[in-house]
Design a protein around this ligand. Structure first.
Ligand code: SF4
Length: 454
């Protein structure tokens, strides 16, 4: 580990060390997997598609299907038109999806492939569809790719028929299938009809049946995406992930939208339920009130271990904002809050939360990296680290408790089946955080016992 001064760290602008993000197509591929019977297609070289699929498979422990235009030197010089035409024909013939969702890569963006023109010119079998989005990976992160792909589907498919369908479109943000199930469960308890888009539940957490199914039962259907244009309103969960596609839908079909934070923690979950309540004039059912009360009870029970503890949080912007809100509700101090995804909205949202709890002196950064976070922690330690698997080396080096949350988690199993959203999700996080801090306390106490005996 290089020992740089804060000034030297802040002066480093052109280089990222341990970036806290991955490339746009990973997000585009994940969004496309949340559409039923969809084949994500990577317009670039095979290496890109292999990396994106592997990355998602390692997090979800499920096959992440995708096809590729398989660029070689010829495509790099003459453009990838013939590759995508052949690729789309082969994919429909061999794998028979209902829809192919094409995203671009660094190479195809650099050579300037005109995807609109390619798709308009290609032969698409009757009843099948091809959509696309541009995902140049040298800007943004997988979060940009995720919402760009959502906007791609909306731009191609969503229509306003003039006959409202009485539903709310809910854009869940970049979350796990377990979170998507929890969002649907809460909406069902509220007796509110929603279209969740995208929806990877039933795709990236499909059951083992003994038979491989290329297109599992889950995913938002094409009809539902078309019907987004007839929804009463859009509830966009997480401004930095879901607002952009909500704007696309409003511009195309006139569907009004409301942006609220990703429902991680008490207040953010309250806001989600109130948004549904407002749209459909429904009462909050006792079951959800009970879950909220249980969560508050557990936080109060555990506050001896939580109060005043310094925490470092990193990961995707809306997830980190949600986790920051939760740890503030738990009486902890988010000392370092960092995302790798660019965008000024992140720091504004986090600073607003810190201000609401009179927390001062925290470091907040977007487009940061884990090298910088590690330096901050070395200079002034924290009691707990919360973030993706890439934090484990920092936790090990600095000997601090570590709670895995967010994307990616590559070195644990089953995490994507359990929500971190909603009161139930917050309860699970409170359990994990408290246990991590108690384990440390128990270990320290055991060390003291050994010293006494000796
Ligand atoms: S070349 Fe670009 S699109 Fe491909 S894996 Fe690398 S960053 Fe991602």
């Amino acid at each position: 580990m290089l020992d740089l001064t804060p000034k030297e760290i802040s002066e480093r602008t052109a280089l990222k060390i341990n970036p806290c993000k991955t490339c746009q197509p990973v997000g585009a591929l994940y969004a496309a997997l949340g559409v039923h019977a969809c084949m994500p297609h990577s317009h670039g070289s095979q290496g890109c598609a292999s990396y994106h699929r592997t990355f998602l498979s390692r997090h979800f422990k499920e096959p992440a299907i995708a096809s590729t235009s398989s660029f070689t030197e010829g495509a790099s010089v003459f453009g990838g038109g013939s590759n995508i035409r052949t690729g789309v024909r082969n994919v429909f013939e061999i794998y028979n999806p209902d829809i192919i969702a094409v995203h671009t890569t660094c190479l195809s963006e650099t050579i300037g492939d005109d995807m609109n023109a390619y798709i308009q010119d290609m032969e698409i079998p009757d009843g099948k569809l091809v959509v696309h989005t541009n995902t140049p990976s040298y800007v943004g992160s997988h979060i940009n790719g995720y919402y760009n792909m959502m906007s791609g589907f909306i731009n191609y498919l969503s229509k306003k028929s003039g006959q409202g369908n009485g539903k709310a479109a809910v854009f869940p943000g970049f979350v796990n299938p377990g979170d998507m199930r929890e969002i649907r469960r809460m909406a069902k308890l509220m007796n509110t009809p929603i279209t969740l888009f995208p929806d990877t539940a039933g795709v990236m957490d499909a059951p083992m049946t003994g038979h491989y199914v290329m297109y599992p039962k889950g995913g938002t259907t094409i009809e539902e995406i078309v019907g987004l244009g007839d929804c009463k309103k859009t509830i966009a969960l997480g401004a930095l992930t879901s607002e952009a596609p909500a704007i696309t839908l409003e511009r195309k079909c006139g569907v009004p939208y409301e942006v609220i934070p990703l429902p991680i923690g008490i207040e953010s979950t309250d806001l989600f339920l109130m948004a549904l309540q407002k749209a459909f004039s429904r009462d909050i059912p006792y079951e959800l009130e009970e879950e909220r009360g249980q969560l508050v009870d557990v936080i109060l029970d555990a506050h001896f271990y939580l109060y005043g503890k310094r925490v470092a949080i990193f990961g995707d912007p809306d997830t980190v904002i949600g986790l920051t809100n939760l740890v503030l509700e738990m009486g902890m101090i988010p000392s370092y809050v960092l995302t790798g995804t660019p965008g000024d909205g992140f720091a504004k949202a986090v600073n607003k939360l810190l201000g609401a709890y009179d927390v001062t002196g925290s470091r907040v950064k977007n487009a940061g990296d884990l090298f910088e976070l590690h330096q901050w922690i070395m200079n002034e330690p924290v009691d707990l680290l919360i973030g993706t698997s890439y934090g484990k080396q920092i936790a090990k080096a600095e000997d601090i408790p570590f709670v895995r949350a967010g994307f990616p988690i590559l070195d644990r199993y089953a995490h994507s089946y359990f929500p971190i959203v909603g009161y139930k999700g917050a309860l699970r996080l409170v359990e994990k955080i408290t246990e991590a801090l108690m384990d440390r306390q128990d270990r320290d106490a055991a060390d003291e016992d050994v010293e006494l005996v000796m």
